[in-house]
Design a protein around this ligand. Structure first.
Ligand SMILES: NC(=O)c1ccc[n+]([C@@H]2O[C@H](COP(=O)([O-])OP(=O)(O)OC[C@H]3O[C@@H](n4cnc5c(N)ncnc54)[C@H](OP(=O)(O)O)[C@@H]3O)[C@@H](O)[C@H]2O)c1
Length: 240
């Protein structure tokens, strides 16, 4: 598994921008903070794959299940050793970023109040065979604006939805390595998008800013980038 060093920040303008943001956000005088804490809702295929690459990239990872933490302690210790199973409120309280890696039809099982004020990464796709017919999502061009509306008070960013869970670990590469795959990040809040762009970079992909949530439909199932291995140039062209 590719595990970038915590200081791996070369060659990316986004990271330079992020470093400025870090000083603004935290008031730190000693440069950007190397570590961040991520809470992942969902100990399933995507949740545990993301947990592993995030751990490899130096993040602290908390994993939240559909019930109490005790229900997923074993699965987390086996599938994402180093991550900590936690109850939702505790995990969110510690998190810089919250990732939603649960089936879309389970979204309403999360109390939106819990996520108020948080940067939330929407990894979810609307998939009728799994989710059933969800009237709001079925007719929509883009699902994440609907997720964002339901999580009023959170800052929602879409990312990691257009890569299969099995590719998350096999496709990540060190910066500058040949055939490095690009992944898109879409969102309306500059600081939140920058946080997630950095996360994508650090987990071993070239990050591409795909613009605001209104245009995030291009990342969804059936779209031109969904499940497709693209480099940064080609991904940029598709989301332009
Ligand atoms: N599979 C992929 O390759 C892939 C790739 C990109 C994006 N996605 C999207 O990512 C999402 C998750 O997919 P997946 O394949 O990882 O599904 P999965 O393997 O079925 O895992 C979903 C997990 O979410 C848990 N969960 C349900 N409600 C929850 C809640 N309120 N809080 C915390 N955890 C909760 C489930 O627990 P219980 O079993 O206890 O309900 C289950 O462990 C879906 O929206 C999917 O479309 C999937």
């Amino acid at each position: 598994m590719y595990s970038p060093p915590l200081s791996s920040r070369q060659g990316d303008a986004t990271l330079a921008h992020h470093e400025v943001l870090e000083v603004d956000a935290g008031g730190a005088q000693d440069g950007p903070r190397a570590d961040r804490t991520v809470a992942i809702f969902g100990a399933g295929r995507v949740g545990t794959a993301l947990a592993r690459v995030l751990l490899g990239a130096g993040y602290e990872v908390r994993v939240v299940g559909s019930g109490p933490a005790t229900g997923i302690e074993l699965i987390v210790s086996v599938l994402a050793p180093g991550a900590i199973a936690m109850d939702a409120a505790d995990a969110v309280a510690e998190a810089d970023v919250v990732i939603l890696a649960i089936p879309l039809h389970k979204l309403d099982s999360i109390d939106p109040q819990l996520l108020r004020g948080r940067v939330v990464v929407d990894v979810m796709n609307y998939w009728e065979p799994v989710d059933g017919r969800l009237a709001d999502f079925a007719g929509s061009d883009a699902t994440t604006p609907i997720v964002a509306a339901r999580l009023a008070g959170a800052t929602v960013v879409k990312a990691f939805n257009h890569i299969g869970y099995h590719d998350i670990e096999s496709d990540h590469r060190a910066p500058g390595e040949e055939h490095r795959r690009a992944l898109a990040v879409s969102g309306d809040d500059r600081r939140a998008v920058d946080l997630v762009l950095e996360m994508v970079q650090r987990t071993g992909f070239d990050a591409v800013d795909a613009g605001g949530l209104h245009s995030s439909g291009v990342l969804q199932a059936g779209g031109p980038v969904f499940g497709v291995r693209l480099n940064q140039t080609d991904l940029r062209r598709h989301v332009a």
